[in-house]
Design a protein around this ligand. Structure first.
Ligand SMILES: [Zn+2]
Length: 78
């Protein structure tokens, strides 16, 4: 491939252009940080925790909605 800055030809696995020093990135490549097994486990645990928090909130909203509809139905026929 070629450097997008100076046009110098660089090898496909090079990270920098050896002529101008421009960082070479493949545009379609996703940047996934390298994680150790332990790091990825804590990452997943954090996601699980967040998901649990969201589930709790959803349950609260559902409870509130049930309460509201009960109040509405009892209030309308009075
Ligand atoms: Zn270059």
């Amino acid at each position: 491939m070629f450097c997008r800055k100076c046009g110098n030809e660089i090898s496909d696995n090079a990270r920098f252009c050896n002529l101008c020093g421009e960082v070479v990135k493949k545009s379609e490549e996703l940047e996934i940080p390298e994680m150790t097994l332990e790091e990825s486990i804590t990452f997943v645990e954090k996601l699980k925790y967040k998901y649990n928090e969201i589930e709790k909130l959803e349950r609260q909203v559902m409870d509130n909605e049930a309460l509201l509809s009960r109040l509405r139905s009892s209030g309308s026929s009075g």
